[in-house]
Each structure stands twice: as structure tokens, then as C-alpha cells.
Design a protein around this ligand. Structure first.
Ligand SMILES: [Zn+2]
Length: 144
């Protein structure tokens, strides 16, 4: 026996189906990627290969109307033809990595932040003492 939906439930179902249809339509449209002048000379993540751009003046990006990044393609991916193969490879490793990361849930036995901070401070102080000693001893091989 089929239960009849209320008007509100039917409206919600219709809206969900319309949203799904719109999402599928959007998903099938081409995504034009354009060359954009980079405002900073920093390495930026590549959506296609999971790597990064070099510090370049131009990046290949697609953004939506709200200027949110949809995709960035590094120059190495542009150099190679098999973009879909690279996308599939990245998706495969992301899925495998997601399984690995989920597998760590509830298993990590961690130092506390205070322990990390204390050890980091000890090593920083040791580094500074070594640098100061080198300066006192006249070591001219230091990079600064
Ligand atoms: Zn890439």
C-alpha cells in the first residue's frame, strides 16, 4: 500500500527533483577555464593533479559568478594531454586517502599541544644558542 504524500511533502519532493535535475544539467556543462593573471607569486593547488602550480604570472582557472574557484589547472597539467586521466587518477588517490584517514579515527595516541609546544621551544632555543655560538666563534659559513 502506498502512502499518499502531504502537499508539503509533495512540494518538497518536486523541489528536490528539480534541484537534482539542475545539478545534473550543471554537471554536464563544459567548464571554461581561462588564463588569469596571478596576483601573487605563490604556488597554488591544482585541482586536476593534486599538485601545485609553480610561482607563475598566469594561472588557468574557472570561477563561478561569486568568484569562487571551481577549478585550477597547473602548467604541468596543461602541458599534458590526458586531463581526464589525471582527474581520474587524482580522484582515485583522494578516495584511497579518505579511506586511510577514516581508518585512523579513534586510533591516534597523540602528544598534547603543551608537550609539542615545550619540545618545539626547547629545539628553537637550542638552534638560537648554536647560531649565537657560531657568530661568537667567527663562523662565516652561516647563511645570514
Ligand atoms: Zn596539475
Amino acid at each position: 500500500m502506498t502512502k499518499k504524500l502531504s502537499k508539503k511533502q509533495q512540494d518538497q519532493l518536486d523541489q528536490d527533483q528539480a534541484n537534482s535535475a539542475a545539478a545534473i544539467s550543471r554537471a554536464c556543462r563544459p567548464v571554461p577555464v581561462e588564463l588569469v593573471e596571478s596576483r601573487t607569486l605563490i604556488r597554488q593547488p591544482c585541482t586536476v593533479c593534486g599538485g601545485c602550480t609553480e610561482r607563475v604570472r598566469v594561472v588557468a582557472e574557472a570561477r563561478n559568478l561569486d568568484h569562487e574557484l571551481i577549478v585550477r589547472v597547473c602548467e604541468d597539467c596543461l602541458r599534458h594531454d590526458d586531463i581526464d586521466g589525471r582527474l581520474e587518477n587524482t580522484a582515485f588517490f583522494m578516495e584511497a586517502n579518505a579511506k586511510y584517514v577514516r581508518g585512523l579515527k579513534g586510533r591516534l595516541v597523540l602528544p598534547t599541544y603543551a608537550q609539542w609546544e615545550k619540545r618545539n621551544d626547547e629545539l628553537e632555543a637550542e638552534f638560537v644558542r648554536e647560531q649565537e655560538k657560531s657568530v661568537r666563534d667567527g663562523d662565516t659559513s652561516l647563511p645570514f
